[in-house]
Ligand binder design. Structure first.
Ligand code: GTP
Ligand code: MG
Length: 228
């Protein structure tokens, strides 16, 4: 799943995904989500835990960007999640930010045992504002909460920062499978809520202008109210 040459990977407009998945129309909505944050906070581990229910203590830093697909069900709707796992290393920033556009949700992760990763949250938040759609939803996740002995960021500091940035907040552990599923479920919930609000307050959205890429099937026009 890892790629050696990021420049040859899927284009930001999801070319690779479209080729692979376009034949599979077996879903009602498709949400593009991104996991971002400093290197080694546990983004890849978090996605592996969620998609494959697996964890490894080996650290293989992500090169460029990668994705996994997972289908969830909500109110009898099939929601296909296209989850992009970005490299945290600075040198891949140009590549990874190119994928922000069109993302409906972000999981912004820091490591509760790493002050630097927490201090970088503000910068990551600015990157989201700069490169993504205005209505993208964000959850702040303080990962590695199984490492209580090495904790340097209190739960309270995490909560306060999330509040200040207007994000929801979870402490998580990819290792011990704490709040992994819940975090993604919450992100899907707030995206669905936002979609419903948009459809109620701005019927133009149903014409598919800003949200065209939010779903592939069925067209939003056939679903005047988000069923989520
Ligand atoms: P980049 O790809 O470089 O951006 O890093 P990343 O954020 O994807 O980190 P990765 O998932 O590769 O994890 C880094 C290291 O932290 C690995 O050794 C993981 O095993 C470990 N790790 C990840 N999540 C947890 C966790 O919840 N608890 C503990 N104890 N270790 C974790
Ligand atoms: Mg990684």
């Amino acid at each position: 799943m890892r790629h050696e040459a990021p420049v040859q990977m899927a284009a930001p407009q999801d070319t690779k995904f479209s080729q692979k998945e376009s034949s599979d129309q077996n879903f009602d909505y498709m949400f593009k989500l991104l996991i971002i944050g400093n290197s080694s906070v546990g983004k890849t581990s978090f996605l592996f835990r969620y998609a494959d229910d697996a964890f490894t203590s080996a650290f293989v830093s992500t090169v460029g960007i990668d994705f996994k697909v997972k289908t969830v069900y909500k109110n009898e709707k099939r929601i296909k999640l296209q989850i992009w796992d970005t490299a945290g290393q600075e040198r891949y920033r140009t590549i990874t930010t190119a994928y922000y556009r069109g993302a409906m949700g972000f999981l912004l992760m820091y490591d509760i045992t790493n002050e630097e990763s927490f201090n970088a949250v503000q910068d990551w938040s600015t990157q989201i504002k700069t490169y993504s759609w205005d209505n993208a939803q964000v959850i702040l996740a303080g990962n590695k909460c199984d490492m209580e002995d090495e904790r340097v960021i209190s739960t309270e500091r995490g909560k306060q920062l999330a509040e200040q940035l207007g994000f929801e907040f979870f402490e998580t552990s990819a290792k011990d499978n704490i709040n992994v599923k819940q975090t993604f479920e919450q992100l899907v919930d707030i995206i669905c809520d936002r979609m419903s609000e948009s459809l109620e307050t701005n019927p133009a959205v149903t014409a598919g202008k800003p949200n065209t890429k939010l779903t592939e099937n069925p067209p939003p026009l056939q679903e005047p109210n988000c069923g989520c």
